[in-house]
Design a protein around this ligand. Structure first.
Ligand code: F6R
Length: 260
């Protein structure tokens, strides 16, 4: 089942998504949470930090696995996803660093690293709740268009569009790594719950194609239509395409900010 929740803006989207993650942690304190990097989840992490500081959340038993990591980057590199998670989230909550997992970008033996990462996810008992962003080309994690749905963790060559989109985090486009480790679509689909967030007009068209169009590897996120527990939280600009075409799919009921 897929639920699409409307949020009027980025902040409301972030708060709603953070609420869903909070509920998961409260109901199951040792949850395995799958996390993402990028711009979309930044507000979610900020909100969770705030609730942690207020004493409403306890991450001491939580385990985390991240979707992806650049090939070749060490966790001390400011552009690595390990560094991103530490700076934007983990350093400000009471999570045990030993319980936070990402693919190891410094392991250049791709086969060994992918095998190790799948093993970690398996040993943790699978992912309870996976947070996802969506790329402009429909990628989830770094599963670019054309990727087979049945793949587990693997090493990918990044699409030109993705390199372009991510160069903002680097000094120049030449510094963006050309390869990355990513969980495969199969790892993502095995998560018990999926939470997809999207913000901004730039995501409107791809979000509409992914959620209402045909299910095909050319739009990796379209596979989510086959998952039985997906919640999408998106802001008004990101939902504009769906609202135009299939407004009945969007649940605006609980957008408390519409009235206040
Ligand atoms: C990040 C990831 C990517 C991003 C996607 C959207 O770990 O796996 O799939 O979620 O590229 O990125 P933003 O949120 O920066 O638009």
């Amino acid at each position: 089942m897929m639920k699409i929740l409307y949020a009027k803006d980025f902040q409301t989207m972030s708060r709603k998504a953070a609420n869903i993650i909070s509920a998961q942690v409260i109901l199951k304190p040792n949850s395995v949470l799958g996390f993402a990097t990028g711009s979309s989840p930044l507000g979610v992490y900020e909100q969770l930090i705030e609730w942690y500081r207020k004493g409403d959340l306890d991450f001491s038993a939580v385990r985390t696995v991240n979707l992806d990591e650049y090939y070749g980057l060490d966790k001390s590199s400011p552009q690595s996803y390990a560094y991103f998670m530490y700076q934007n989230f983990f350093k400000d909550i009471n999570i045990d660093p030993n319980n936070t997992y990402l693919p190891d970008g410094t392991n250049l033996d791709a086969e060994a690293e992918c095998c190790r990462y799948n093993q970690i996810i398996g040993d943790l008992g699978g992912i309870d709740l996976q947070l996802l962003g969506i790329g402009h080309n429909g990628h989830i994690g770094f599963n670019e268009p054309g990727e087979a749905f049945e793949r587990e963790t693997h090493c990918v060559a990044l699409a030109e569009k993705t390199i372009e989109a991510n160069k903002r985090f680097f000094d120049s486009v030449d510094e963006v790594p050309r390869k990355a480790y990513t969980m495969g679509i199969k790892n993502i689909m095995n998560a018990r719950k999926i939470l997809l967030i999207a913000s901004g007009e730039g995501k409107a068209e791809i979000l509409c194609r992914a959620l209402t169009g045909p299910i095909a590897p050319s739009v990796p996120a379209s596979v989510l239509q086959l998952h039985n527990d997906v919640t999408v939280v998106a802001d008004a600009p990101a939902l504009s395409g769906i609202l135009e075409q299939s407004a009945h799919l969007v649940d605006k009921l609980y957008d408390w900010d519409m009235e206040h």
